[in-house]
Design a protein around this ligand. Structure first.
Ligand SMILES: O=C(O)CCC(=O)C(=O)O
Length: 200
């Protein structure tokens, strides 16, 4: 964290490939079991993002769905998004906000974030009506949530005086990658084969 604090770094891509602490989190037995209960015994991590919201800085992650972007589409029945809080995440610190039931409408069109946007997390945004009602999801440090990869969510800026840190993990089962490649894939359980391009 000290290195990231010095640079006020906000997004660290794929820490599960190089950082022991991230490798430990993605392999936590309780988390792995919960994901296996949803998508089956063979799992790989397709991608991770560490998001650090420094105190009182303007950093919103816009509406998006974790299972689709310009390079990738995940099969929502064979992929799960996990978000693990490394510090307490509350409405004032920029916790996730979700649109309950939004997964039922499937993947939506998405676009690059506007150049003027304060959002710097993912580069992609899902257009939602200004009246969209969302639900804040507070998560205590050390806990996490599992999300359907079609669930629309966002996170606002951190208004508190401490950093808010969270790890986003995309897990896939064999056949879970519908489109695109997965250069950061890390097998967690199973044979370690058949993850990439399973349907191609
Ligand atoms: O950590 C955050 O604030 C947002 C993370 C997120 O939504 C994501 O990476 O998909």
């Amino acid at each position: 964290m000290a290195a990231h604090r010095g640079a006020l770094c906000e997004v660290v891509r794929n820490p599960h490939l190089g950082e022991e602490w991230a490798q430990a989190i993605v392999q936590t037995p309780r988390l792995v079991k919960a994901v296996q209960d949803l998508i089956g015994p063979e799992l790989a991590v397709e991608n991770t993002f560490l998001v650090i919201k420094w105190p009182k800085r303007d950093f919103e992650v816009p509406w998006h769905q974790d299972g689709i972007n310009d390079q990738l589409e995940l099969d929502p029945l064979r992929a799960v998004a996990a978000w693990v809080a490394l510090t307490d995440a509350a409405p004032t610190t920029g916790c996730l906000h979700v649109v309950p039931g939004s997964q039922r409408a499937g993947y939506r069109p998405y676009e690059q974030e506007a150049a003027t946007s304060s959002a710097r997390g993912r580069g992609l945004a899902t257009r939602m009506s200004p009246e969209t009602r969302d639900l804040p999801v507070p998560v205590a440090a050390g806990c996490g949530v599992l999300m359907d990869t079609r669930l629309v969510h966002r996170s606002p800026s951190n208004q508190s005086t401490g950093a808010r840190v969270g790890l986003n993990i995309r897990y896939v089962a064999p056949g879970g990658i519908r489109r695109g490649s997965a250069p950061s894939l890390l097998p967690i359980t199973g044979t370690g084969t058949g993850w990439q391009f399973p349907n191609q």
